[in-house]
Design a protein around this ligand. Structure first.
Ligand SMILES: Nc1ncnc2c1ncn2[C@@H]1O[C@H](COP(=O)(O)OP(=O)(O)OP(=O)(O)O)[C@@H](O)[C@H]1O
Length: 289
């Protein structure tokens, strides 16, 4: 497959569970080397979509290719090119972290070095510990380690940092950035919008099985949702103004009033923009019902 073709292509994807439509006509493409986030509220259809891409779930309609292959026609060779960190942690074994990783490494043609992966997920001190004796967050790190041990070309991360402490999350971000620098294509689903903003090039927002927006993480949502907000307090109380030119407003205010109490310029975060998008989609849904 030439690298100009997308790593992942999804066209008009549908998934029905009995009479319930979980994914309702979703289309997107992910380029080689891109980090792409799938965002959306609980039950939006993110895991279903990702599991179809991974070949774990069949689809009801639409076309999908991952590394040029339809996941319905998955081969072992194709699977070896993917790394998968599922939402639920399955690792609770009687073997040690090092043994488990060495076992998985032996299943891949070009695995990463076991000690390097253990260090990358910050489990050096637990390498000789049985997995069942690890904490929840440490087990999640084992899941991540197992996802990358095979040197995947495409890495699927379904809520990878759930249960991580803040330091572990930052460490994980560094790991993902280094995998991305090596050219790994990464598909991330997360409810941590700061994580999506930190790591992804582009994001798609899904709600009720439909794609409601897609774009670069700093360009999602309507333009007015991203206008900066200037807040300050004066003798008359608290004030807030949205402006495309916050620096000009701040210098006008300081020229007029001098030093201002509690002055801040806020750029709406991905979380603010995301919440606006999801609320608008829910309102449209209710109006249509
Ligand atoms: N095996 C199944 N049978 C019936 N319905 C299912 C099945 N799996 C998922 N669903 C339904 O499909 C919808 C989408 O589920 P999915 O797990 O894809 O959502 P999600 O966006 O990943 O949510 P979360 O953020 O909670 O993980 C949900 O309403 C869910 O109840």
């Amino acid at each position: 497959m030439s690298s100009t073709s997308p790593a992942i292509s999804v066209h008009d994807l549908h998934k029905r569970y009995g009479g319930f439509t979980a994914v309702d006509g979703v289309s997107f493409e992910i380029a080689h080397g891109e980090t792409f986030a799938l965002l959306g509220p609980n039950g939006a259809g993110k895991s279903t979509t990702v599991e179809i891409l991974e070949g774990y779930r069949d689809r009801s309609g639409g076309e999908v290719t991952v590394l040029g292959v339809d996941p319905r026609r998955a081969t072992l060779e194709w699977k070896a090119r993917l790394g998968i960190v599922l939402q639920q942690t399955g690792e609770s074994g009687n073997v040690t972290v090092r043994e488990q990783l060495a076992h998985f490494a032996s299943l891949y043609p070009q695995p990463r070095d076991v000690a390097e992966v253990i260090a990358a997920v910050g489990l050096e001190e637990k390498a000789g510990t049985r997995i069942k004796a690890l904490s929840g967050g440490q087990r999640r790190r084992v899941d991540v380690a197992l996802g990358i041990i095979g040197r995947p070309e495409v890495l699927f991360l379904d809520e990878p940092t759930t249960g991580f402490d803040p330091e572990a999350r930052r460490q994980f971000w560094e790991l993902i950035r280094s995998l991305s620098r090596e050219g790994t294509t990464i598909v991330l689903t997360t409810h941590y919008l700061d994580e999506a903003a930190q790591l992804s090039d582009r994001a798609a927002v899904i709600a009720g099985g439909r794609l409601i927006d897609m774009g670069a993480v700093n360009e999602l949502g309507p333009a007015d949702a991203r206008i900066p907000i200037v807040r300050w307090r004066s003798a008359t109380g608290r004030h807030e103004e949205r402006t495309e030119e916050p620096a000009a407003l701040v210098s006008r205010l300081t020229a007029e009033f001098g030093e201002l109490a509690e002055l801040e310029v806020i750029r709406p975060s991905l979380e603010d923009v995301y919440l606006g998008l999801v609320e608008a989609a829910e309102a449209r849904e209710e109006a249509a019902a």
